[in-house]
Design a protein around this ligand. Sequence first.
Ligand code: ADP
Ligand code: MG
Length: 693
Amino acid sequence: MNLPEMFGENVFNDSVQKETLPSEVYKALRATIEAGKRLDISIAGTVASAMKKWAVSKGATHYTHWFQPLTGLTAEKHDSFIEPEGDRVIMRLTGKSLIIGESDASSFPSGGSRATYMARGYTAWDPTSPAFVKEGTLYIPTIFVSYTGETLDNKSPLLRSMTAIDKQAKRILKLFGIDCKKVSTAVGPEQEYFLVSEETYFKRKDLQLTGRTLFGAPVSRGQELEDHYFGVLKPEIAEFMRDLDSELWSYGIFSKTKHNEVAPAQHEMAPVFSTTNVAVDTNMLTMELMKKVAHRHGLACLLHEKPFKGINGSGKHNNWSLSTDTGLNLLNPGASPESNTLFKLVLTAVIKAVDDYQGVLRASVASAGNDHRLGADEAPPAIISVYLGDQLGALVDSIVKGENYVAGKASEGSIGVPESPIFPKDATDRNRTSPFAFTGNKFEFRMLGSQANVADANICLNTIVADAFAKFADELEGKKDIESAVNKVIERELKAHYRIIFNHDGYGPEWEPEALKRGLLNHKNTADAVPVCYEDENVEVFVRQGVFNRAEAIARADIRLENYIKIINIEALTMIEMAKRDIIPAVSSFIGKLCRDLSAKSAVSSNLPCKTESGLIKKLSELNDGASEAVDRLEEHLKGIDKSDVLPASQAMAHVIVPDMEELRKIVDEMETLTSSDCWPYPVYFDILYSVK
Ligand code: ADP
Ligand code: MG
């Protein structure tokens, strides 16, 4: 494979645009993409025809407006390029079909912001994310809005949030005499996933229907030996990763790092970061390709946040930074952050934003799947805090306490063997337990779920930081002695938001009570996390920054809760079905077999020892009755919930149904450990987690 040659071969990227478009058209398009200039509609026809010609040369026969409705997934409807001409056809893509498409919006989630009888929705071309050809179709990234202009997707608010932060960051830069065309956020999403054999996958209804195992006793060897992390790749996994890499590269996705993760069968792929909008699109495509490539290898790729109980779940670390088109990274502290006032102000804005809007930020990553990570027995915790590391931590401390700052030096390390090189050591160690950690020249937001569309978290992050910038700019613009005015703001705001900074172990038992004392929020599940989104100040911030109108903000919260309710409902129904039709009958027949064995034994002689059989019969009979009762209870409770009223319904799901499900699982998992493997109806954790060679 000639990697530089094949990289991006399926993408209508900058170089292809340059090659195929007349230079005036090319320049106009780039001005829109790079400097955010409004697209000149008159060029659409030319771009469309070049795009079509290129796509057809790649074997495309169809095109689709590719969009991201609020299902959390992507959506596509394919139209062919053909147009009849006499009794023949020609291949055509008009400017109009490139720019706008009409789509029935009534079957997508809208949070009640659009009545079904007003079903019209539009998809509109997003030229900032490149089109690509996949499986004979030209994919045109688009936004999705309703007839009345309400956003029905993830991309429009994301673009709006990028515009907001661009605008407000430029005001901040201006205070420092810095002019630039555009400030953009960049994201590098690290994607975790599990790979298991399809053979076992297709024997588990729960994996197929819900993406996770709803039952399953822990395996004797989980992750305690810590030998999987960065371990040697199994041959089948290595082949999968090689294949995935070439797919990703062909779509211009900068897949950079791949390795085994902590849990058995768990892996990670990290791309090189790109502008947020592109990062979101390519991450959606990455997840889709992971599943497809896995299937080609007889594997199933599990993107759920918690496919298996008792071992680590999967997340998506959202590395986030902010840079000008001239290459200045606003989160780069430089060699002496203490005298880098711009950096300190930007850092302060992020800290303020995260503290003021910790509730919405937490809610932006809330989902039924992610509830198993956040606030459960694994990291990061559900409490939002900011980790700064030793160097910046000391700097912020010195500002807050009014003390002198003594710069810690980046030092050199050596392993004490003369042949080995001296290496430079970072000024801060890593902290893996913080939900929001400063890592050199970016923040790493670690609470995102592995299957999430990263747009949600970034819409929120961009908006709240833009808002903090706006507040600072409002106060500082027109001040004479800018330096001292800025320093005053920094000191005041760092003091006000000091509570959100936590530079220690986020998993430690001391943190929860400490956070409570500090007044930080600790919402452990989606039902408890989302309601803050209805609070006025949390709606207003999106309205102020032009990201959502009121109705849209409320609709998004409704949809998040609706989605949560639906998922828990599906999980509960799947559990009931598995328990009633497979597990309880299986245990019953095993008990029957034991009884037959027992009576056969006593027929031989009445004084043969039979404690094993009789003990098991008793124990399993009790457990199986317990399982039946737990199923009945779950069914009964589920029936009693009016799912149309999202607030009480989500509360009931979180506080009645989820505990019911846990109770049922506990009994079933115990039965699993007592039932003979030939009688158990499903592959168990060992079979699934160690199914790949
Ligand atoms: P690690 O987190 O393992 O230390 P890196 O920090 O090198 O690894 O990178 C992790 C992810 O962060 C990668 O996806 C990388 O592209 C991304 N990243 C690195 N620098 C930036 C940046 N300035 N802005 C956004 N993402 C970045
Ligand atoms: Mg990382």
